[in-house]
Design a binder for this molecule. Structure first.
Ligand SMILES: Nc1ncnc2c1ncn2[C@@H]1O[C@H](COP(=O)(O)OP(=O)(O)OP(=O)(O)O)[C@@H](O)[C@H]1O
Ligand SMILES: [Mg+2]
Length: 590
């Protein structure tokens, strides 16, 4: 947290200084009463600065006392306002910085982290937990600092007036401190639990709302509602436990304080009756004690806000201190601008290293070449593409662009050289044009239209009322599956990267569109390195080389016609899909 506070040290120090002034003004508040009681009513001689009031009648002294009391309140109103505003504003900005940092980190964290954490819970961290840390900060600055200062000030003044009585009043402090420390730990634990439950609830809601069609299609509303209610009750239960701990703390603190106050009252009466103290001074002491109550109570309330903040801070540090991201090597260099080869050597990888998905995979794609990766579902084709993008680091083996291992390249430059059409094309909430431009944000309209025409986006978009400015909804819900795929393809084509990774680019397309999209891909592949994953042997037939993956290993490799002639898995599949292959493919001139 210290790093987040540093940029605002000036605002924070000014508000702390103002808090100090406010405290002193607060400490001066009871003294006009002493003037009124001892000098105006009791007729005692005026001493100290009050000597300047000499000659005033009692009513005049009372007026001065009253005006003084009003002035003190007025001044402390101004300092109070400035303190609240300055520290509140600083806390808002610190909260914004914290949110930005958490968001930045969330975007950088590897898919492995996101596989484990649910997005709904992460959103609650970003919003709810940051607010709680911010609240704790405000409370700390606006209340805790002045309260502690006030307490110290009160004790100093009380000690000056009557050390004996102060000692008695302080009897309550050690048990209070012990109580506070114990409760803080308990409250923090309870709050952590409550926040985790709230995160679970948010994750569940985010998930079912995102898949609300599935919930409705399977008539699962009632079951979902029941599950939600159960989790919701869980949230209430954990929050109540935390609340109970917080609520118990106040009365216990009050009792301790009241005991101290009772002792002082008794002692004070003895002093006044034995003539060792004036009634005015006793009133001041008692009023100090009463005002001791305020800060101590508010500090006890604070303890729970701070404990909440501490629980939320832990949840944020889990994100901020996670090192689960693909970091650039210190001596990383940018990837070559126009790489000619992409080489994969003996790549072994498992999401769980004990169960490898890919075993010693080796392959090479050269510029101008289209390589098709085929294989049964779940053999690890998409996984291989993720590794090429360095979304994960392999357990063994290397991936190299023009011979330089991608671990030695900056991740940003590596990913700039690659355009991906993912198996599940992600469409963002925005217009069709925005979605295509996501591939290259600085592209102009003509370039976007070009890519859209090549990827066959144009025909269906021109039928839409707002054309390219049609908003497609969250996840592209307003588009059909095939349309989404074509938008994703246009996005990748617009990117214009030397490496093109296509994961099932034609699934969900009718035969005619599939042919058209394949033509588009063939065109785009010219001068690039293209690796296309497909279950369609029609697509494979177009490739220069086919790699067959079985159980995470490349088991067959060669030109499509060669593989069919040789007989094997690929030849069997061809027979199953009844694809007639040209006996020798005309090389495309590139
Ligand atoms: N994020 C993940 N965490 C853990 N395991 C995963 C993850 N993604 C995939 N797997 C597992 O890795 C294996 C390979 O998955 P992958 O998605 O690479 O298969 P695929 O060949 O692309 O299949 P398909 O043809 O169905 O798309 C599967 O057994 C899958 O269960
Ligand atoms: Mg896949």
């Amino acid at each position: 947290m210290r790093g987040f506070l540093r940029p605002y040290w000036l605002a924070l120090s000014v508000s702390a200084a103002l808090a100090l002034v406010d405290t002193m003004l607060g400490l001066a508040r009871p003294w006009p009463m002493q003037l009124a009681v001892d000098n105006a009513i009791g007729g005692r001689p005026l001493t100290g600065w009050a000597r300047s009031l000499h000659g005033l009648p009692p009513a005049g002294i009372a007026v001065v006392a009253a005006l003084g009391a009003v002035a003190l309140v007025g001044l402390s109103g101004i300092t109070g306002y400035l303190t609240s505003f300055l520290s509140g504003a600083a806390a808002e900005r610190i909260g914004a910085d914290l949110r930005a940092r958490v968001y930045e980190r969330l975007l950088a964290l590897s898919p492995r982290f996101h596989d484990r954490n649910r997005s709904g819970d992460l959103v609650t961290r970003l919003t709810g937990d940051v607010s709680r840390v911010q609240d704790a900060l405000v409370v700390w600055l606006v209340s805790a600092v002045p309260d502690v200062l006030t307490l110290i000030g009160l004790l100093v003044v009380l000690l000056a007036i009557d050390p004996g009585m102060t000692g008695v009043a302080l009897v309550a402090v050690p048990p209070l401190a012990v109580l506070a420390a114990l409760r803080r730990r308990q409250i923090k634990r309870a709050q952590r639990e409550a926040r985790a439950r709230q995160g679970d609830l948010a994750a569940r809601v985010a998930e079912s709302l995102r898949h609300v069609r599935a919930v409705q299609a399977f008539a699962q509303q009632d079951a979902e509602n029941r599950r939600f209610r159960r989790d919701n009750t869980g949230v209430v239960r954990t929050s109540l436990r935390a609340l109970d701990l917080e609520a118990r703390y106040g009365p216990a603190a009050d009792m301790l304080l009241a005991a101290g106050g009772g002792l002082v009252l008794w002692l004070g009466v003895l002093r006044v009756t034995s003539g060792r103290m004036t009634v005015g001074v006793l009133l001041v002491v008692l009023s100090y004690l009463a005002s001791l109550y305020g800060p101590v109570r508010s500090l006890t309330r604070l303890a729970s806000v701070l404990a909440r903040g501490a629980a939320s801070r832990e949840r944020l540090s889990e994100v901020l201190t996670s090192d689960e991201y693909v970091a650039d090597a210190p001596d990383a260099v940018p990837a070559p601008d126009e790489p000619r080869t992409l080489t994969v050597q003996a790549l072994t990888f498992g999401y769980d290293p004990r169960h490898p998905v890919l075993h010693e995979v080796s392959l090479q794609v050269c510029r101008g070449e289209m390589v098709c990766l085929v294989g049964a579902t779940g053999v690890g084709k998409s996984t291989l593409l993720s590794l090429l993008l360095r979304l994960y680091d392999p357990d063994a083996g290397t991936i190299a662009l023009d011979g330089s291992g991608i671990r030695g390249l900056t991740t940003a430059s590596l990913r700039e050289r690659i355009a991906l059409v993912p198996q599940d094309p992600w469409i963002l909430d925005g217009t069709v044009a925005d979605n295509i431009a996501f591939g290259r944000p600085n592209a102009n309209r003509d370039e976007i239209l070009d890519a859209a025409r090549t990827a066959l986006v144009h025909p269906f978009v021109s039928a839409m009322p707002a054309g390219y400015d049609t908003v497609v909804g969250e996840g592209g819900v307003l588009l059909s599956g095939g349309q989404r795929r074509r938008v994703a393809l246009a996005r990748a084509l617009l990117r214009g990267s030397p490496v093109l990774l296509l994961d099932e680019p034609t699934s969900g397309l009718d035969a005619e569109s599939e042919q058209a999209v394949m033509d588009a891909i063939e065109q785009a592949a010219a001068g690039r390195m293209t690796l296309v994953v497909s279950h369609r042997l029609r697509v494979a037939a177009l490739a220069d080389r086919v790699l067959v993956m079985t159980d995470g290993r490349i088991t067959e490799a060669g030109a499509p016609a060669e593989l069919t002639a040789r007989g094997g898995t690929f030849a069997d599949w061809c027979r199953l899909q009844r694809v007639e292959l040209p006996s020798a493919r005309q090389p495309v001139s590139r």
